[in-house]
Design a binder for this molecule. Structure first.
Ligand SMILES: Cc1cc2nc3c(=O)[nH]c(=O)nc-3n(C[C@H](O)[C@H](O)[C@H](O)COP(=O)(O)OP(=O)(O)OC[C@H]3O[C@@H](n4cnc5c(N)ncnc54)[C@H](O)[C@@H]3O)c2cc1C
Length: 564
């Protein structure tokens, strides 16, 4: 990616074949697919790339075992197709970005033999449907094997577990990397750039967009022959901007997650809680040195704020604690996040839990707007391929093959699991920092360390207790279009997810590095730091965790000393 100020000048007033609105997983994947087919593409996001749903996922690459149950019980052919496509796409996601993904085993604990039999059969079907895309075969684990792999699992009455394999990924980094790969292929992308209106030709068909630069509060326009609406849960707002009489199709639902120190439930495998009070499944997954627990499912109504609430905390801990030998407490929570699922409604669906995670491509005959709605992270690539097939048709081009099936994403080519070791040989950094850099940036970690070779102070940690170094901030600004402290801490580096309380002292360091890079005045810098800290305090408040604790202890995850 180019620096943001440069890219703003590059796109303003220019002509493109295609404009993609929305830089989440779906929009970034559409932009990449189109650009690789030779379609000159520009991508805009109103906030940051990955700033909405696409960084709020459970971070699982999956077909979805729950959807399997629904497909079988409901003899639902549509659910079956969604599932099979996702099972096949898992492999594409794992192979195209090995630095951001990994295979992961999920253990489903059972306290009755009948459950073991039921799960075993169901998961064998899951394996069979995956066909050549099978990651590894599901299997029964005895009680002893289960407890060995999950020593803090509640062993009372446990008869064993069934293990099956899916994948896991870093959603925010995967999204940024899709955008990076797109710009490396020659595309143009701008974040904090909100589409506020359309340009139209004499027939009323869309011919471009009016964009508001949300940082400078100026507007500019861009001409485009085709327009894709990939705005996720808010897709209706763009559909109705194009055609005010368009009926609403989206039924977004909120999902919240919390993160706990991993020593509460030390494990390398994921725990699947098979049945919640509202008939869903829940996951507790080791992720980035923490235990990620989620998710809730609640229809978004007017005024729903996408933050973790006290009620979310109670719900998640209540379900998790049934499976833990030592119950987790609210004060153990280090961070959390919430997002809105972009579900597409149907006339007969009652609550959002029953809505299929399928995607829908709609071409508005009046305006020509192409909207891609719904879907899952796991199927983003296939959704984009289908969308760009429609774009080619609308541009009057003959159909070409999508190129993304086996296309290594930025930093993924020639990546090996042990490449972090080379980084420690060549640079004065710890093993933890080397692993962190390799897992976030892949082979591009070299470019970050080149910055710290020029300025050794950039090898310093941003904050004690987390392995990210200052050079990442400079890289995020120069090469990944980070424009706010949150862009850096939440999505480029991941510290905000690791520890809310740890992100507070980091804000000052990040703010001063941003001031230096972007020529911020003292008052702008202070406002940026204060605004970010206020936001984190609001997140703590909303989750009912607002009292102060020791910041260092919080980063390390040992919160027992914090009397919250
Ligand atoms: C709680 C939860 C857990 C999930 N877990 C998983 C999982 O484990 N695995 C999985 O496969 N899937 C999962 N999903 C689903 C997956 O996260 C989503 O399907 C996917 O991220 C949707 O991406 P998107 O690009 O369509 O939407 P978004 O990520 O929301 O992107 C839309 C973008 O459009 C931008 N935008 C909006 N209006 C405008 C405008 N006017 N101008 C410009 N830009 C605009 C927004 O800023 C936003 O960045 C989960 C979803 C949720 C909510």
């Amino acid at each position: 990616m180019r620096a943001r100020a440069q890219e703003l000048m590059n796109v303003s007033g220019r002509d493109f074949d295609l404009c993609v609105i929305g830089g989440g997983a779906t929009g970034a994947a559409c932009a990449l697919d189109a650009q690789l087919r030779g379609i000159r593409t520009v991508l805009f996001d109103a906030g940051d790339f990955a700033g909405a749903t696409s960084s709020a996922a459970t971070k699982i690459i999956h077909g979805g075992v729950r959807y399997l149950e629904e497909a079988i019980k409901g003899a639902d052919i549509q659910e079956y197709h969604v599932l099979v496509r996702a099972l096949h796409e898992r492999v594409r996601m794992l192979e195209n970005a090995p630095h951001l993904t990994r295979r992961l085993e999920f253990l489903v604990p059972s306290y009755h033999w009948i459950d073991v039999a039921y799960l075993d059969v169901g998961l064998k079907i899951y394996d069979w449907l995956a066909g050549p895309g099978r990651i590894s075969p599901s299997k029964y684990l005895s009680r002893d094997e289960t407890v060995k792999r999950m020593p803090q699992l509640n062993g009372d009455g446990l008869v064993g577990s069934v293990a099956y394999a899916d994948g896991q990924f870093d959603d925010a980094r995967y999204n940024i990397t899709l955008v990076q790969t797109f710009t490396e292929a020659g595309g143009n992308a701008l974040n904090h750039a909100k589409v506020t209106d359309f340009l139209r030709d004499s027939n009323g068909r869309l011919a471009g967009v009016v964009v508001s630069d949300e940082l400078t509060h100026t507007t500019f326009s861009v001409n485009a022959n085709a327009l894709v609406n990939a705005t996720g849960p808010v897709a209706d707002s763009i559909r109705q901007l194009a055609t005010p009489s368009a009926y609403k199709r989206m039924r977004p639902s909120k999902g919240a997650h919390i993160l706990l120190p991993l020593d509460i439930f030390p494990t390398e495998d994921a725990l699947l809680i098979p049945k919640t009070e509202d008939g869903r499944v829940l996951f507790a997954v080791p992720w980035g040195g923490r235990l990620l627990v989620g998710t809730t499912d609640e229809e978004v109504t007017a005024g729903t704020e996408l933050v973790v609430t006290k009620e979310d905390v109670e719900y998640l801990l209540r379900h998790l604690n049934r499976y833990l030998a030592r119950p987790a407490k609210p004060r153990d929570i280090v961070s959390g996040f919430a997002g809105a699922r972009p579900l597409v409604g149907s006339d007969d669906a009652g609550d959002t839990k029953k809505l299929a995670r399928d995607d829908v491509i709609e071409m508005d005959p009046l305006s020509g707007l192409i909207s891609i709605m719904g879907g899952k992270w796991t199927t983003h690539r296939a959704m984009a391929e289908d969308t760009i097939d429609v774009v080619e048709k609308s541009l009057g081009r003959s159909r070409t093959e999508g190129q993304t099936r086996n296309y290594a994403l930025f930093g993924g080519k020639d990546f090996t699991d042990d490449c972090w070791k080379n980084l420690t040989c060549r640079h004065p950094i710890s093993g933890d920092t080397a692993r962190h850099l390799a897992s976030k940036f892949g082979t591009a970690a070299q470019d970050i360390l080149a910055l710290s070779s020029e300025d050794p102070s950039l090898s310093d940690l941003i904050v004690e207790g987390y392995p990210a170094i200052r050079a990442e901030v400079v890289y995020a600004i120069r090469r990944e279009m980070a424009a706010t402290i949150e862009d850096v801490l939440a999505r480029r580096i991941g510290l905000q997810l690791y520890s809310w309380r740890g992100a507070i002292p980091a804000a000052a360091t990040v703010g001063s590095l941003m001031a230096r890079e972007l020529n911020w005045s003292t008052s702008v810098t202070e406002a940026a730091i204060t605004g970010y800290v206020r936001k984190i305090r609001h997140l703590l408040d909303a989750a009912g965790l607002s009292q102060e604790g020791s910041v260092t202890a919080a980063i390390q995850g040992h919160t027992e000393s914090n009397e919250v």
